[in-house]
Design a protein around this ligand. Structure first.
Ligand SMILES: Cc1ncc(COP(=O)(O)O)c(C=O)c1O
Length: 471
């Protein structure tokens, strides 16, 4: 068998080299990206079907499909269902002069936090699980769903949360919901019914926590986060009777809630008769050790543990869970029924099947390896291109925080990066009243290949040297 195969015709050879240590998929992605950047493939050009390209390169069709999906997610390719994949209209060759104003440059490399590797979604396994659910679900399963969620899924989720998150998970206290976002709304409505008027949030923190609580008519108090997580003394000084926390990997600083703070916040909740809402959004991905167990395991009567498959499978599925303190579970299910009469059953059955068969665990292991490689690429790229930038919050999750040299102007860097098609996200977006510390960027790496990470960081390094600072 030849070690090198080419395709796309003599005028545009795409090579894969089987003797190279670089995985075939990475080689193919890189070759296509370079062809677009160099202008050899132009906006609107049609690509061969995945079947043809796979045959010509003697690789699997799945590999080509994944590669196209990744380049689609990065903005190089456009996919219209039912027709050929083409080079995206917005994909510009490197160095080509745009006739439009520079502010309209599309984002080519986006360090947006919160986006997982969209090309890793296990399409075939999910499709098979959905097909099996459709075939085998009894007719009764197709009526209005159980507002708590499918019992088999709840059993599987409870077992998973006990094993992987150290949670005290009883399936009777679980409600399947449309992602964390809905779980938070259900919990806050229930707490509002119970007389809670004030909710504390982390500062800096996820703007959606603040926005959702405000939308539901609650008073929101920001509480500072330091290098050990939320400041529990400052929390105790508020009149909040609930707090929304991201203990496993604080959003966005990336700090892990220190053991003494975990105990302190649980003691605060007991003394205040308060509820902790634990947002477990990317806890499956811990790199230096086993994931730290959920705070919920310490105090199941005080903590609601909310999670979803948005990082482990895909945000588009809108599947999550709320594991509530026992006395709140029925009220959460009642609000779920009023909100949308229950989550889609076929998807619940498909997830139950992935959990029960061990394929969900296998997929998580695959993702951990993939994200660990991307995280290493980020560390490596900074070491190489910008050693004066300190990276923190790397123990877990899909983003880290870059501490820029003192005096650097967060906004000027973000703006300059945008003109070079790189999406950056300033820490100031997440700050409420916490005084600005050193200038920082929140760098999501989940949906960027190692090559894109390296290229993006070299552009940032360049900007740091050419963008005026605040002094
Ligand atoms: C802090 C935080 N919580 C939760 C989520 C997940 O939300 P959902 O499950 O509604 O997709 C995200 C997604 O990026 C997040 O950043």
């Amino acid at each position: 068998m030849p070690t090198e195969r080419t395709s796309l015709g003599p005028e545009l050879p795409l090579r894969v080299d089987r003797t190279s240590p670089e995985p075939l998929r990475d080689q193919l992605e890189r070759a296509l990206r370079e062809a677009v950047r160099a202008g050899r493939l132009r906006a609107g050009d049609r690509l061969p079907s995945s079947r043809m390209l796979a045959r010509d390169l003697a690789v699997s069709r799945g590999l080509v499909t994944e590669c196209y999906a990744q380049l689609h997610a990065e903005g190089y390719l456009a996919a219209v269902p039912g027709s050929a994949t083409r080079v995206a209209a917005t994909a510009h060759p490197l160095g080509a002069r745009s006739t439009h104003a520079t502010h309209s440059a599309p984002t080519r490399i986006d360090f947006r936090p919160g986006v997982p590797d969209l090309s890793s979604f296990p399409r075939d396994e999910w499709a098979r699980a959905v097909r099996r659910a459709c075939r085998h679900a009894p007719a009764e399963a197709l009526g209005y769903p159980d507002p708590y969620g499918d019992p088999v899924l709840r059993d599987g989720l409870a077992a998973h949360l006990r094993r992987v998150r150290g949670a005290a998970a009883d399936p009777d206290h679980l409600v399947v919901c449309a992602g964390f976002a809905q779980g938070l709304q259900l919990l806050l409505r229930v707490l509002g019914d119970e007389g809670v008027r004030t909710v504390a949030v982390e500062d800096p923190g996820d703007p959606d926590h603040h926005a959702i609580a405000t939308m539901l008519g609650l008073t929101v108090v920001p509480v500072p986060v330091d290098d050990h997580g939320i400041d529990v003394d400052a929390l105790a000084a508020t009149d909040a009777r609930a707090v929304i926390l991201t203990p496993a990997h604080q959003s966005p600083t990336g700090v892990v809630l220190a053991p003494e703070r975990r105990h302190a916040v649980v003691a605060w909740a007991a003394a205040r008769d308060a509820t902790i809402i634990e947002d477990d959004y990317d806890a499956e991905f811990r790199y230096d050790r086993e994931p730290v167990g959920a705070v919920q395991g310490l105090a199941p009567d005080r903590v609601a543990l909310l999670g979803s498959v948005s990082k482990s499978l895909a945000p588009a599925l809108r599947l999550g869970w709320a594991l509530s303190p026992p006395h709140l579970a029925a009220a959460v299910a009642r609000h779920k029924q009023l909100a949308d009469r229950g989550s889609p059953v076929i998807d619940q059955l498909a997830l139950a099947e992935l959990l029960g068969s061990g394929r969900y665990d296998r997929h998580l292991r695959h993702l951990r390896r993939r994200y660990a490689a991307r995280r290493s690429a980020l560390v490596q790229a900074l070491r190489q291109h910008a050693p004066d930038i300190e990276l923190r919050g790397l123990a877990a999750g899909l983003h880290a925080v870059a501490h820029l040299p003192a005096g650097a102007d967060e906004h000027a860097i973000v703006e300059a990066a945008r003109r070079r098609s790189v999406g950056l996200h300033a820490m100031s977006r997440y700050r409420m009243v916490a005084p600005p510390r050193a200038p920082q960027l929140v760098l999501g790496f989940g949906n960027l290949t190692p090559d894109a990470i390296s290229e993006g960081i070299s552009i940032i390094a360049d900007l740091l040297h050419t963008t005026p600072d605040r002094r």
